[in-house]
Design a binder for this molecule. Structure first.
Ligand code: AMP
Ligand code: MG
Length: 391
């Protein structure tokens, strides 16, 4: 059996960055930028007014100035300001050539077709003029490669006239659920049956990670059915997540089926709870996880292995970890790395009741996993522990 750290290293070494694709900017949030984006334009692209007012020659600010013309936002007219004159300008509209100052309209008295700046007003050279390129120069970096795009980036890209961006593709995922006892939520539960929750927990996490291409298949606890489904899935999907059937029971066919389907096994079983029977293998760049069936173990393995592998594949940062002080002392009785459902608030984390891997009640309140290291036996109150925040 290998340690959690070794398991992570092995998965990491097989998780290769996926290819680059172009996406329309509105479909790009949550994706990692594959190349640095430089601005194809200057911003502002022309000398612009930031105020409704009058463009003047600063040295003429004490004169009565005849209104020469008006330049509203959106006009394509390019004017030169004449001496002894002022041009009416508007926020976002162009500044006439020559003008070196904009006086806001509230600062002037209008007399027929002329203006006079009120004597108590302070007017300075360059007032309310956005110089061409003063925000962004052409060909300067807008967003660095590797940045995971957020909605705020999308407006910035649009401001530069960019409609599509190269991003790292997200993996396609096949979820294969084993278990003759499973029925779909919504159906009536017969004796001996349980509602499938793994398909839902996994899909919800994948969707939160921005993954769209997800297939879900229910398998019989049958070696040949399992082999056939794994074979089909590795043809088409980057990531294959099986749940259940990964231990050593009479109906646990997943590890053997993976081998028969030509998956190269990298490990089976990790020194952890929950999730000890975890299987990991690859076929070329396809990653295959055999997750245990218990929903708690599935969830723990998602945070420890699957979501980090996805982050590695597509350059994202879905998983956030931090440290917290354990609220109450905890006696650890198993020589394995233990993951506990926790509630984190204001730097402190509480171990919630009901921690067995089949127990789900704590998930109504939990907001993180607490990691207790393999060799620890007693964790004192206020000891610092690593936590993995729920996404
Ligand atoms: P297994 O790993 O197949 O032995 O399953 C371990 C436990 O998890 C059993 O109690 C199963 O009924 C349960 N289980 C397996 N798959 C699912 C699933 N998709 N949803 C909910 N529980 C499951
Ligand atoms: Mg089973």
């Amino acid at each position: 059996m290998i340690s959690v750290a070794t398991a992570k290293q092995i998965i990491n070494s097989h998780s290769k960055t996926l290819p680059t694709i172009e996406r329309p900017i509105l479909q790009a949030p949550g994706y990692a930028l594959a190349q640095t984006i430089v601005s194809p334009i200057q911003f502002p692209a022309f000398r612009q007014s930031s105020m409704d007012g009058y463009a003047i020659y600063y040295v003429e600010k004490e004169k009565t100035l005849l209104i020469q013309d008006a330049l509203p936002a959106g006009t394509s007219q390019q004017l030169t300001l004449e001496n002894g004159m002022a041009i009416r300008v508007y926020t976002g509209g162009p500044i006439p050539d020559g003008a070196d100052c904009v006086v806001q309209k509230e600062y002037v008295n209008l007399i027929n077709q002329s203006i006079q700046i009120q004597s108590d007003r302070i007017v300075q050279l360059g007032d309310h003029i956005r110089e061409k390129g003063s925000d962004i120069e052409k060909n300067t970096v807008l967003i660095e490669a590797g940045t995971v795009l957020r909605p705020a980036h999308i407006g910035l890209l649009a401001s530069a006239g960019i409609t599509n961006v190269p991003v790292i593709q997200k993996p396609s995922v096949a979820i294969l659920l084993t278990g003759n006892e499973l029925v779909q939520p919504g159906q009536s539960l017969q004796f001996g049956q349980v509602f499938d929750s793994n398909a839902f927990a996994i899909q919800a996490h994948l969707k939160q990670a921005g993954i769209e291409n997800i297939a879900v298949h229910y398998l019989k606890d049958d070696l040949n059915d399992t082999i056939a489904n794994i074979n089909a899935a590795v043809q088409e999907y980057d990531l294959i997540l099986l749940t259940g059937g990964v231990s050593a029971g009479d109906y646990d066919f997943v590890p053997a089926a993976c081998i028969k389907a030509g998956i190269e096994q990298h490990f089976h079983k990790v020194k952890q709870r929950p999730g000890k029977p975890l299987f990991f293998g690859t076929q070329q760049n396809r990653l295959v996880f055999g997750l245990p069936g218990n929903p708690g173990a599935v969830l723990s393995c998602l945070y420890q292995y699957v979501l980090p592998a996805i982050d590695q594949l597509c350059g994202t940062h879905t998983i956030q970890t931090t440290t917290a002080h354990l609220k109450a002392p905890f006696k650890k009785t198993i020589p394995l790395t233990q993951f506990l459902k926790g509630y984190y608030e204001s730097g402190e984390v509480t171990v919630l009741p009901a921690q067995a891997s089949y127990q789900l009640s704590a998930l109504g309140k939990a907001n993180c996993w607490i990691e207790l290291e393999e060799e620890w036996t007693f964790i004192a109150a206020q000891q610092e522990v690593k936590i993995y925040l729920f996404i």
